[in-house]
Design a protein around this ligand. Sequence first.
Ligand SMILES: Nc1ncnc2c1ncn2[C@@H]1O[C@H](COP(=O)(O)OP(=O)(O)OP(=O)(O)O)[C@@H](O)[C@H]1O
Length: 276
Amino acid sequence: MLTISGLAVDVAGRRVVDGVDLDLAAGEITALAGRSGSGKSLTARAVAGLLPGGATVSGRVLLNRDGRAEDLLGLSPHRLRRLRGSAIGYVFQESQAALNPTVTVGGHLLETLKAHGVPRPHRRTRGLAALRQAGLPAPERLWSAYPFELSGGQAQRVALALASALDPPVLIADEVTSALDPVTQAGVLDILRAGARVGQRAVLLITHDLAVAGCWADRLAVLDGGRIVESGPSCRVLRAPAHPFTADLVRASGVVPSGADSADAHVSARVAGERA
Ligand SMILES: Nc1ncnc2c1ncn2[C@@H]1O[C@H](COP(=O)(O)OP(=O)(O)OP(=O)(O)O)[C@@H](O)[C@H]1O
Protein backbone atom coordinates (compact mmCIF):
# COMPACT_ATOMS: atom_id res chain seq x y z
CA MET A 1 0.00 0.00 0.00
CA LEU A 2 2.83 2.37 0.92
CA THR A 3 6.40 1.97 -0.25
CA ILE A 4 9.00 4.12 1.45
CA SER A 5 12.42 4.12 -0.14
CA GLY A 6 15.59 6.00 0.64
CA LEU A 7 13.76 8.35 2.98
CA ALA A 8 16.10 10.93 4.50
CA VAL A 9 15.33 13.88 6.75
CA ASP A 10 17.70 16.70 7.70
CA VAL A 11 16.98 19.05 10.57
CA ALA A 12 19.21 22.03 11.26
CA GLY A 13 21.91 20.61 9.01
CA ARG A 14 21.88 17.22 10.75
CA ARG A 15 20.72 13.99 9.09
CA VAL A 16 18.26 12.43 11.53
CA VAL A 17 16.55 9.91 9.20
CA ASP A 18 18.97 8.21 6.88
CA GLY A 19 17.87 6.05 3.97
CA VAL A 20 14.79 4.38 5.44
CA ASP A 21 13.13 1.67 3.31
CA LEU A 22 9.80 0.26 4.45
CA ASP A 23 6.91 -1.52 2.77
CA LEU A 24 3.55 -1.18 4.46
CA ALA A 25 1.12 -3.86 3.35
CA ALA A 26 -2.67 -3.67 3.46
CA GLY A 27 -4.12 -5.68 6.32
CA GLU A 28 -0.93 -5.55 8.38
CA ILE A 29 0.51 -3.61 11.27
CA THR A 30 4.15 -2.65 10.83
CA ALA A 31 5.89 -1.44 13.98
CA LEU A 32 8.76 1.01 13.80
CA ALA A 33 10.66 0.70 17.05
CA GLY A 34 13.81 2.21 18.46
CA ARG A 35 15.02 4.15 21.43
CA SER A 36 14.27 7.79 22.05
CA GLY A 37 15.72 10.10 19.40
CA SER A 38 16.28 7.32 16.83
CA GLY A 39 14.10 9.10 14.27
CA LYS A 40 10.78 7.22 14.55
CA SER A 41 8.53 10.27 14.74
CA LEU A 42 10.34 12.20 12.04
CA THR A 43 10.04 9.18 9.73
CA ALA A 44 6.29 9.06 10.37
CA ARG A 45 5.91 12.81 10.02
CA ALA A 46 7.87 12.85 6.77
CA VAL A 47 5.47 10.25 5.33
CA ALA A 48 2.46 12.37 6.27
CA GLY A 49 4.02 15.68 5.20
CA LEU A 50 4.05 16.93 8.78
CA LEU A 51 7.72 17.75 9.28
CA PRO A 52 8.66 20.75 11.42
CA GLY A 53 9.61 23.96 9.62
CA GLY A 54 13.19 23.97 8.40
CA ALA A 55 13.37 20.20 7.95
CA THR A 56 14.17 18.89 4.48
CA VAL A 57 13.22 15.52 3.11
CA SER A 58 14.32 13.34 0.21
CA GLY A 59 13.56 9.85 -1.09
CA ARG A 60 10.24 8.39 -2.19
CA VAL A 61 6.98 7.61 -0.44
CA LEU A 62 4.74 5.86 -2.93
CA LEU A 63 1.07 5.47 -2.13
CA ASN A 64 -0.24 2.61 -4.27
CA ARG A 65 -3.97 2.85 -4.84
CA ASP A 66 -6.35 1.84 -7.61
CA GLY A 67 -3.45 0.67 -9.76
CA ARG A 68 -1.68 4.03 -9.44
CA ALA A 69 1.38 5.03 -7.48
CA GLU A 70 1.63 8.60 -6.20
CA ASP A 71 4.84 9.97 -4.65
CA LEU A 72 3.72 11.84 -1.54
CA LEU A 73 7.00 13.74 -1.28
CA GLY A 74 6.40 15.49 -4.57
CA LEU A 75 2.92 16.79 -3.79
CA SER A 76 1.72 20.35 -3.38
CA PRO A 77 0.68 21.37 0.16
CA HIS A 78 -2.92 21.55 -1.08
CA ARG A 79 -2.90 18.00 -2.46
CA LEU A 80 -1.19 16.74 0.71
CA ARG A 81 -3.87 18.32 2.87
CA ARG A 82 -6.52 16.53 0.83
CA LEU A 83 -4.74 13.20 1.22
CA ARG A 84 -4.25 13.60 4.96
CA GLY A 85 -7.34 12.15 6.52
CA SER A 86 -8.71 10.60 3.36
CA ALA A 87 -5.65 8.53 2.37
CA ILE A 88 -3.39 8.79 5.41
CA GLY A 89 -4.70 9.07 8.93
CA TYR A 90 -2.34 10.23 11.67
CA VAL A 91 -2.84 9.77 15.40
CA PHE A 92 -0.51 11.62 17.74
CA GLN A 93 0.71 10.57 21.14
CA GLU A 94 -0.68 13.68 22.80
CA SER A 95 -4.26 13.32 21.69
CA GLN A 96 -5.64 15.70 24.31
CA ALA A 97 -3.27 18.38 23.02
CA ALA A 98 -4.14 17.62 19.40
CA LEU A 99 -7.84 18.24 20.05
CA ASN A 100 -9.11 21.82 20.09
CA PRO A 101 -10.24 22.52 23.68
CA THR A 102 -13.07 24.78 22.51
CA VAL A 103 -14.59 22.25 20.10
CA THR A 104 -16.77 19.30 21.13
CA VAL A 105 -16.06 15.72 20.07
CA GLY A 106 -18.91 15.92 17.56
CA GLY A 107 -17.66 19.28 16.32
CA HIS A 108 -14.25 17.80 15.56
CA LEU A 109 -15.77 14.98 13.55
CA LEU A 110 -18.22 17.24 11.68
CA GLU A 111 -15.38 19.60 10.76
CA THR A 112 -13.17 16.79 9.42
CA LEU A 113 -15.97 15.19 7.43
CA LYS A 114 -17.02 18.56 6.01
CA ALA A 115 -13.45 19.43 5.01
CA HIS A 116 -13.32 16.25 2.97
CA GLY A 117 -16.60 16.84 1.19
CA VAL A 118 -18.91 14.45 3.04
CA PRO A 119 -22.47 15.77 2.46
CA ARG A 120 -24.06 17.40 5.52
CA PRO A 121 -26.87 14.82 6.04
CA HIS A 122 -24.31 12.01 6.36
CA ARG A 123 -21.81 13.70 8.64
CA ARG A 124 -23.33 12.95 12.05
CA THR A 125 -24.04 9.30 11.19
CA ARG A 126 -20.51 8.85 9.84
CA GLY A 127 -19.02 10.57 12.89
CA LEU A 128 -20.97 8.42 15.32
CA ALA A 129 -19.97 5.28 13.39
CA ALA A 130 -16.31 6.31 13.55
CA LEU A 131 -16.53 6.76 17.33
CA ARG A 132 -18.21 3.37 17.70
CA GLN A 133 -15.50 1.75 15.59
CA ALA A 134 -12.87 3.36 17.76
CA GLY A 135 -14.29 1.46 20.72
CA LEU A 136 -16.65 4.08 22.17
CA PRO A 137 -19.88 2.09 22.45
CA ALA A 138 -22.21 4.98 23.37
CA PRO A 139 -20.93 7.76 21.10
CA GLU A 140 -24.11 9.86 21.39
CA ARG A 141 -23.20 10.56 25.00
CA LEU A 142 -19.74 11.81 24.05
CA TRP A 143 -20.85 13.82 21.04
CA SER A 144 -21.30 17.06 23.02
CA ALA A 145 -18.34 16.53 25.35
CA TYR A 146 -15.31 18.83 25.28
CA PRO A 147 -11.79 17.36 25.21
CA PHE A 148 -11.12 18.24 28.88
CA GLU A 149 -14.10 16.08 29.87
CA LEU A 150 -12.52 12.95 28.35
CA SER A 151 -10.27 10.43 30.04
CA GLY A 152 -6.88 9.77 28.42
CA GLY A 153 -8.18 6.55 26.90
CA GLN A 154 -11.34 8.22 25.58
CA ALA A 155 -9.32 11.08 24.08
CA GLN A 156 -7.05 8.60 22.34
CA ARG A 157 -10.07 6.77 20.91
CA VAL A 158 -11.61 10.06 19.75
CA ALA A 159 -8.31 10.89 18.02
CA LEU A 160 -8.38 7.44 16.44
CA ALA A 161 -11.96 8.00 15.30
CA LEU A 162 -10.98 11.33 13.75
CA ALA A 163 -8.02 9.79 11.92
CA SER A 164 -10.14 6.86 10.69
CA ALA A 165 -13.40 8.67 9.93
CA LEU A 166 -12.70 8.84 6.20
CA ASP A 167 -11.49 5.24 6.16
CA PRO A 168 -7.93 5.99 5.00
CA PRO A 169 -6.02 3.02 3.55
CA VAL A 170 -2.97 4.04 5.61
CA LEU A 171 -2.98 4.89 9.30
CA ILE A 172 0.03 6.13 11.26
CA ALA A 173 -0.17 5.74 15.03
CA ASP A 174 2.67 7.61 16.76
CA GLU A 175 3.22 6.34 20.32
CA VAL A 176 -0.54 6.30 20.77
CA THR A 177 -0.55 4.04 23.78
CA SER A 178 2.48 5.10 25.77
CA ALA A 179 0.46 7.28 28.14
CA LEU A 180 -2.26 4.68 28.72
CA ASP A 181 -2.66 1.99 31.35
CA PRO A 182 -2.09 -1.59 30.08
CA VAL A 183 -5.77 -2.51 29.73
CA THR A 184 -6.70 0.68 27.86
CA GLN A 185 -3.53 0.29 25.80
CA ALA A 186 -4.57 -3.21 24.74
CA GLY A 187 -8.05 -1.94 23.81
CA VAL A 188 -6.66 0.80 21.56
CA LEU A 189 -4.18 -1.59 19.93
CA ASP A 190 -6.99 -4.08 19.31
CA ILE A 191 -8.89 -1.34 17.47
CA LEU A 192 -5.84 -0.62 15.32
CA ARG A 193 -5.53 -4.30 14.52
CA ALA A 194 -9.23 -4.57 13.63
CA GLY A 195 -8.77 -1.59 11.30
CA ALA A 196 -5.91 -3.40 9.61
CA ARG A 197 -7.55 -6.81 9.36
CA VAL A 198 -11.15 -5.87 8.63
CA GLY A 199 -10.54 -2.60 6.83
CA GLN A 200 -7.51 -3.90 4.92
CA ARG A 201 -5.63 -0.89 6.16
CA ALA A 202 -1.85 -0.56 6.30
CA VAL A 203 -0.95 0.57 9.82
CA LEU A 204 2.40 2.05 10.84
CA LEU A 205 2.78 1.77 14.60
CA ILE A 206 5.51 3.95 16.05
CA THR A 207 6.61 2.67 19.42
CA HIS A 208 9.61 2.52 21.70
CA ASP A 209 8.03 -0.51 23.36
CA LEU A 210 9.09 -3.85 21.91
CA ALA A 211 6.46 -5.66 23.93
CA VAL A 212 3.76 -3.64 22.15
CA ALA A 213 5.44 -4.27 18.80
CA GLY A 214 5.74 -7.98 19.45
CA CYS A 215 2.16 -8.46 20.56
CA TRP A 216 0.36 -6.41 17.97
CA ALA A 217 2.54 -5.92 14.93
CA ASP A 218 2.93 -8.34 12.05
CA ARG A 219 6.24 -6.87 11.04
CA LEU A 220 8.86 -4.97 12.97
CA ALA A 221 11.54 -2.58 11.80
CA VAL A 222 14.16 -1.38 14.27
CA LEU A 223 15.60 2.09 13.89
CA ASP A 224 18.92 3.26 15.32
CA GLY A 225 20.48 6.63 14.57
CA GLY A 226 17.98 7.25 11.77
CA ARG A 227 18.74 3.95 9.99
CA ILE A 228 16.79 0.72 9.92
CA VAL A 229 19.16 -1.87 11.34
CA GLU A 230 16.79 -4.82 11.12
CA SER A 231 13.32 -5.70 9.88
CA GLY A 232 11.14 -8.74 9.39
CA PRO A 233 8.19 -10.61 10.93
CA SER A 234 7.98 -9.25 14.47
CA CYS A 235 8.21 -12.66 16.13
CA ARG A 236 11.28 -13.60 14.16
CA VAL A 237 13.02 -10.31 14.91
CA LEU A 238 12.29 -10.60 18.63
CA ARG A 239 13.11 -14.31 18.89
CA ALA A 240 16.30 -14.20 16.88
CA PRO A 241 17.56 -10.63 16.53
CA ALA A 242 20.22 -10.49 13.86
CA HIS A 243 21.62 -7.10 14.82
CA PRO A 244 23.38 -6.46 18.15
CA PHE A 245 21.40 -3.26 18.67
CA THR A 246 18.11 -5.17 18.37
CA ALA A 247 19.41 -7.81 20.75
CA ASP A 248 20.26 -5.09 23.30
CA LEU A 249 16.84 -3.53 22.87
CA VAL A 250 15.11 -6.90 23.33
CA ARG A 251 17.16 -7.59 26.47
CA ALA A 252 16.47 -4.14 27.89
CA SER A 253 12.74 -4.40 27.21
CA GLY A 254 12.26 -7.62 29.14
CA VAL A 255 10.33 -9.15 26.25
CA VAL A 256 10.37 -12.93 26.20
CA PRO A 257 9.20 -14.08 22.80
CA SER A 258 7.64 -17.50 22.59
CA GLY A 259 5.64 -19.62 20.17
CA ALA A 260 5.99 -20.44 16.55
CA ASP A 261 7.52 -18.48 13.70
CA SER A 262 4.14 -17.17 12.66
CA ALA A 263 3.80 -13.42 12.61
CA ASP A 264 0.80 -13.97 14.85
CA ALA A 265 2.68 -15.84 17.54
CA HIS A 266 2.62 -14.53 21.07
CA VAL A 267 5.21 -12.51 22.85
CA SER A 268 5.01 -13.09 26.53
CA ALA A 269 6.37 -10.91 29.32
CA ARG A 270 4.96 -7.92 31.08
CA VAL A 271 2.18 -7.65 28.52
CA ALA A 272 1.13 -11.29 28.90
CA GLY A 273 -2.61 -11.56 29.08
CA GLU A 274 -3.28 -8.24 27.42
CA ARG A 275 -3.72 -9.76 24.04
CA ALA A 276 -7.38 -10.39 23.33
N1 LIG B 1 11.99 20.16 15.47
C1 LIG B 1 13.22 19.63 15.61
N2 LIG B 1 14.33 20.41 15.54
C2 LIG B 1 15.57 19.90 15.68
N3 LIG B 1 15.83 18.60 15.91
C3 LIG B 1 14.77 17.77 15.99
C4 LIG B 1 13.42 18.23 15.84
N4 LIG B 1 12.59 17.17 15.97
C5 LIG B 1 13.38 16.10 16.19
N5 LIG B 1 14.68 16.45 16.18
C6 LIG B 1 15.83 15.54 16.38
O1 LIG B 1 15.77 14.48 15.43
C7 LIG B 1 16.12 13.26 16.02
C8 LIG B 1 15.00 12.25 15.82
O2 LIG B 1 13.85 12.70 16.51
P1 LIG B 1 12.49 11.88 16.57
O3 LIG B 1 11.49 12.74 17.28
O4 LIG B 1 12.13 11.38 15.24
O5 LIG B 1 12.93 10.64 17.50
P2 LIG B 1 12.02 9.50 18.11
O6 LIG B 1 12.69 8.22 17.82
O7 LIG B 1 10.62 9.64 17.67
O8 LIG B 1 12.14 9.82 19.66
P3 LIG B 1 11.03 9.70 20.84
O9 LIG B 1 10.79 8.23 21.03
O10 LIG B 1 11.75 10.32 22.02
O11 LIG B 1 9.83 10.46 20.42
C9 LIG B 1 16.42 13.54 17.47
O12 LIG B 1 17.81 13.67 17.61
C10 LIG B 1 15.76 14.86 17.74
O13 LIG B 1 16.44 15.58 18.71
